[in-house]
Design a protein around this ligand. Structure first.
Ligand code: NAD
Ligand code: MLT
Length: 309
């Protein structure tokens, strides 16, 4: 049995596959024919967000039982095509939630205090103390768009820092929101009431472009944080709204085009801070998701029940 791993995962996950007696092929940044060739005799495929698992890839993978996503988002996998080909898709929905939430909180503070900008200038030999007058989070309102696992964790953490929490999520109950101290509101109210809006939805046809010009106008004077998925926030609109001063700033971990969104205007706006999709990049999170995903792949190949399929 062969398992192909096309995005780097923690060694603990590879060890689970080897202990099961499988051949493990790691081959990163494969494209086109090279990916089709590598997957053609694989019984399992493990990816993170770097590999596009398209219909063509799934058709070429004649022996494939499962695509394991070592993380949460499955927007890089053609689920319908996988279903047609009888291939299971399973993700690891919990292992990196804390890491993603902590990164979101870090990005929120970093944006509010212009930490990356001041850091770069000091490293360049400039003492730019008088150029930075930040915003405190205590007593401000956080708007959470998408109150799922990561959104709830961010809400809890920033609630404990003194923020008031409003949230927009059409799929969760008021009870659930109440339990974490968030007021469930309509989308427009969420943007209008918030000083900081943090996005935690999946990327779906419904959420693509959810936040654009009009929505950003409602957040006037505030900050937009997106550590969920590029594509949910319109990048041209966001760059323009920060540049013209409608928004104070923005912090982004994810982009419509990855890796390296070199055409994104966001990279060139000073009050926009960015990281290269680092939300889940902690040792603990990577070990969690790699191990869980490898266990799911073994289960599928051994025709046993698969969690999170
Ligand atoms: P989740 O499924 O637990 O939560 C998503 C929430 O979004 C759900 O409560 C759902 O009801 C809500 N939602 C769906 N459509 C919506 C809409 N139109 N408007 C408002 N809310 C809507 O997912 P999660 O584990 O919390 O992950 C959230 C996002 O973060 C995903 O996109 C995931 O891929 C991403 N993520 C990114 C990183 C990173 O490295 N930056 C790490 C982990 C997760
Ligand atoms: C996820 O959806 O889990 C994130 O994209 C994390 C990742 O795999 O980098």
């Amino acid at each position: 049995m062969k398992v192909l791993v096309t995005d780097p995962i923690a060694d603990a996950g590879l060890a689970v596959l080897r202990d099961a007696g499988y051949e493990v092929e790691t081959a990163y940044e494969l494209e086109g024919e090279a990916l089709l060739e590598a997957v053609s005799d694989a019984n399992g495929l493990i990816v993170r967000s770097g590999t596009e698992v398209t219909e063509t890839v799934l058709e070429a993978a004649e022996e494939l039982a499962i695509v394991g996503r070592a993380g949460i988002g499955v927007d890089n996998i053609d689920i319908d095509a996988a279903t047609d080909e009888g291939v299971i898709v399973a993700n690891a929905p919990e292992g990196n939630v804390r890491a993603a939430a902590e990164h979101t909180v870090a990005m929120t503070f970093a944006a509010a205090r212009s930490i990356p900008q001041a850091h770069v200038r000091l490293k360049d030999g400039e003492w730019a103390k008088s150029d930075y007058l930040g915003t405190e989070l205590d007593d401000k309102t956080l708007g959470v768009v998408g109150l799922g696992r990561v959104g709830q964790e961010v809400a809890k953490k920033l609630d404990s820092m003194g923020m008031d929490i409003v949230a927009y999520d059409p799929y969760i109950s008021e009870d659930r929101a109440d339990r974490i101290g968030a007021e469930l509101v309509e989308f427009e109210d969420c943007l209008e009431k918030a000083d900081f809006v943090t996005v935690h939805t999946p990327l779906t046809p419904e959420t693509e472009g959810l936040i654009s010009d009009e929505e950003l106008e409602l957040l006037e004077g505030g900050y937009l944080i997106n550590c969920a998925r590029g594509g949910v926030v319109d990048e041209d609109a966001l760059a323009a709204k920060v540049e013209d001063g409608t928004l104070e700033g923005a912090a982004l971990d994810v982009f419509a085009e990855e890796p390296l969104p070199e055409d994104s205007p966001l990279l060139f706006v000073d009050d926009v801070i960015v990281t290269p999709h680092l939300g889940a990049s902690t040792e603990a999170a990577q070990e969690n998701v790699a191990t869980q995903t490898a266990e799911q792949v073994v289960a599928a190949i051994e025709a046993e029940p698969v969690a999170n399929a």
